[in-house]
Structure formats: structure tokens, C-alpha cells
Design a protein. Structure first.
Length: 438
């Protein structure tokens, strides 16, 4: 999921949607039809630096689809701060689009509503087959063992972006591979009067993504094997504290970032105000804000050992955007054709190039257009050292509850209040109490 523009998700209670029968896409019949074969509505997630950028990227491709098929696509780019709530409202009201983007971390939660078209083998065959997609992307499309709720569209991974000039001025010759190295480098950078590491402390999804990775590196999980929340185990508490301590104890993240939620840390990095940034597939965003590709380097996110991999060496969640179809769309055939178009090799190259993301389609991912060194770091991370967030029905509530706990901890750090193991555990206990009963 691309959380770089997500301020908050989940103000609408997901349990209402989970109890609802499938409805959406403009039909209340509970099943898809082809009553409106010449039109489609498409909710696209905000991937570019602005909604206007997305429209500029997408509209020519939608025009191309209309020319090929005769089907007109009405586009709405929905900001991340509104997207989940809009989707959940659509599942209960029936007033939704035909096709939509979802953050891949929401797949299992939205799958549980029953509102999205399941991608069984028959439906996959209509778009070229399941085996066109890389395994890591398919791992974030719904609960294991069930037909996916959506199809991978854009794949992303976190990386460490670093300002070459700031590093050189501080006498740092290479990017840090461990958190200890990052903290040590941070002291050198601060001695030169520069801010060290950007964060979005009020961005719930960003918080979740980072503490999930820290938990993996501490050998912890937020859910038990049978899907029950387990937010207060000592290793989880230690992991969350380690992330917040980058501000509270190590003074690497500036206190002002506790209020960031809408791309401000990317802007700070692009303007040379901060030396490092942990971000998902940021190249296009940085370019749009005027930062030259020569001004920064890209490296894997640090791990405790210095060598990324599986298990405790995981250094990214499997980030990305999936494309889904409301099950009772009025243009089922057209919606399927549109998904096939958007996941075709040609469109995958156009769209993923525009957004500096990685195609989840195997053949497109091998295109020379995605062979640059920065993309190679992202592809290698997805292939070797990324893990999918928990594919459980309550995942969206997990993002809201634990993401808010981390936001509150950052607020404590910014205000000078002590962040202790006990205070972290108390916030996580409160978050766990907000989760639905098993």
C-alpha cells in the first residue's frame, strides 16, 4: 500500500462493513451485470505528488482504453485520507464505482465484506492467468487459501534515500546498513547543522509499516498464527519503542515530524532539509518536487545485522496497490477488460514508469525500463527481504488502532514526555482493546 499520502484511515468502523452483504458498483442486486456496457467508473488512489498529477498520468491511458474498446471510463482520483472510508461506505450503500484501487494491506479486510469480485482461476484466465504476477505481490491480495479480492497493479518497497551532498559534508562515505550505523551517522550530520531522518508521525499507515518491519527485525508479530491480536508481547513493545526512540531517545527524527502526515517529510528531503528518508518508491515524487536524481542515493532499509533477508532481516513490508472490481458492477465484462488493460505489459510499463513503482507482472518487471540501479534495489527488496502485512480481516482496524498508538507516542516524544516500555505497552494495550473480538 502506498501510504505516502495517507493521513488517517479507518474512521468508519470496519465491523459495519464486515457485517454487510456484498453491494456496490451502483447495483443493489447483489450480483454483477452488463446493463451499462459502454461506461465504467474508476476510483484511482492518489499515487503522484498531487491529484492533478495522477489525472495527467491516467487520462491518456483511459482515452486509449476507450479507443480500443468503446468503453468510456469516468475517473476520480481519491486522496488516501478518504479512500478507505469511501470504499467502506460504498460496500454498505451500494453507491460505489465499478473498478477501484485498494491499498494491498486492506485486501483481507475488504475481502471479508463480500463486496469485491473474487479472482478465481476463471476470472484470472480472462486477464492472462494468475502466473503472470510475481509471488510477493499475490501474497497481499487476501487471506491465504481464498480467491484474491483484487489483482496487483503497482508494487513498491521501502528504501533508504540519502542526500549525497549532506553525507559528503559530514564525512560519511556510504549509507548505513544497520540502525546503529544510522544513529552514529546521524550524530555527524547533526554536528553539521542538518536534520537527519524524516518521518510522518501522524500518518497511521506509515507508522504501521515501520513498526511492522521493526517487529519482524525483533522476531515479533502483531498477530498470532490463528489471527488473534498480540500487541503487548515484550518483543512487540521493544520493537515499537525502538522506532519511536529514533525521535524520543536518539534524536534522529526531528520533533516537528510528529505532526507530519501528508508528504511533508518527502518535501523536506527534496529541498535538502533532511539527510535521509525511509520511503516507498520515491523517485517520481522527488523529481516532481525538483530534486535531481544525481542528488540522492538509494540503499536498502537498515536491519539490525546489516544484511537484509527473510525472518529477522526483513526490511520492508510488501507495499503496493491492487485493482479490484465491485462484485455487482453494471459492466462486469467491461470491468474485467479494464483490469486486463491496466495489467497488460504495455500499460504496466507506462504506469509503473510514471510512478517509479515496480510492475507486479513478471514479463513487465523484466523490461529494461526497470533496470536502473534505484529500481534494482526495490526489486531485490521485494524478492528477498520484504514481508506481507498480516492478511487478516481486522487488518484495517489494526492499522488504525496501532497506528494511532504510535502517533500518540510520537506526540509524547515531541512534547518531551518520557517514552518508556511501560508507556508503550499501555498504548498498545489500549489499541488491542479496540480490536474486534475473535
Amino acid at each position: 500500500m502506498r501510504s505516502i499520502r495517507a493521513a488517517a484511515v479507518g474512521a468508519v468502523t470496519l465491523s459495519l462493513a464486515l457485517a454487510a452483504t456484498a453491494c456496490g458498483g451502483g447495483s443493489s442486486t447483489g450480483g454483477g451485470s452488463n446493463d451499462s456496457p459502454k461506461t465504467l467508473t474508476y476510483w484511482a488512489s492518489n499515487q503522484g505528488a498531487s491529484v492533478a498529477v495522477d489525472k495527467k498520468v491516467l487520462q491518456p491511458e483511459l482515452d486509449k482504453f476507450e479507443k480500443q474498446t468503446g468503453i468510456k471510463v469516468k475517473l476520480e482520483v481519491v486522496p488516501w485520507s478518504d479512500l478507505l472510508n469511501r470504499i467502506l461506505t460504498a460496500t454498505t450503500s451500494g453507491q460505489g464505482p465499478d473498478v477501484l484501487n485498494i491499498g494491498n494491506t486492506w485486501s483481507a479486510s475488504l475481502q471479508a465484506t463480500g463486496a469485491l469480485l473474487p479472482w478465481d482461476e476463471q476470472n484470472f484466465a480472462k486477464i492472462g492467468g494468475r502466473d503472470r504476477f510475481v509471488d510477493s505481490a499475490l501474497g497481499s491480495t487476501g487471506v491465504q487459501g481464498k480467491d484474491p479480492a483484487a489483482v496487483p497493479l503497482y508494487s513498491m518497497a521501502y528504501a533508504l534515500y540519502y542526500n549525497k551532498e549532506i553525507f559528503a559534508d559530514a564525512g560519511i562515505s556510504k549509507p548505513p546498513a544497520t540502525w546503529d550505523e544510522l544513529i552514529a551517522d546521524g550524530k555527524k550530520i547533526k554536528a553539521k547543522g542538518k536534520s537527519v531522518l524524516g518521518a510522518e508521525g501522524s500518518n497511521l499507515s506509515e507508522n504501521i509499516h515501520h513498526v511492522f518491519v521493526f517487529a519482524k527485525q525483533h522476531g515479533a508479530d502483531f498477530f498470532t498464527a490463528d489471527g488473534r491480536p498480540d500487541f503487548t508481547s515484550p518483543k512487540v513493545v521493544d520493537a515499537v519503542k525502538s522506532y519511536v526512540d529514533l525521535m524520543a531517545k536518539d534524536k534522529i527524527i526531528p520533533t516537528g515530524d510528529a505532526e507530519y502526515a501528508q508528504n511533508q517529510s518527502v518535501s523536506d528531503f527534496a529541498k535538502g532539509k533532511q539527510a535521509m528518508l525511509l520511503w516507498q518508491s520515491a523517485a517520481a515524487n522527488l523529481t516532481s518536487q525538483g530534486m535531481s536524481e544525481d542528488a540522492y542515493g538509494i540503499a536498502p532499509v537498515p536491519v539490525r545485522s546489516g544484511t537484509p533477508g527473510q525472518g529477522a532481516q526483513v526490511n520492508s513490508m510488501v507495499a503496493g496497490i491492487n485493482i479490484a472490481v465491485f462484485k455487482n458492477t453494471h459492466n462486469l465484462d467491461g470491468a474485467t477488460k479494464f483490469v486486463k488493460f491496466m495489467t497488460s505489459d504495455a500499460e504496466q510499463k507506462v504506469l509503473n514508469t510514471a510512478y517509479s513503482t515496480v510492475p507486479p507482472v513478471r514479463s513487465a518487471q523484466g523490461d529494461p525500463a526497470f533496470g536502473a540501479p534505484d529500481t534494482a534495489v526495490l526489486k531485490n527488496t521485494l524478492a528477498t527481504s520484504a514481508a506481507a502485512l498480516p492478511q487478516v480481516p481486522s487488518e484495517s482496524q489494526f492499522e488504525t488502532a496501532v497506528g494511532t498508538a504510535v502517533k500518540d507516542l510520537f506526540a509524547d516524544a515531541a512534547a518531551g514526555r518520557a517514552v518508556t516500555a511501560d508507556s508503550v505497552k499501555a498504548k498498545l494495550e489500549k489499541a488491542q482493546q479496540q480490536m474486534p473480538a475473535a
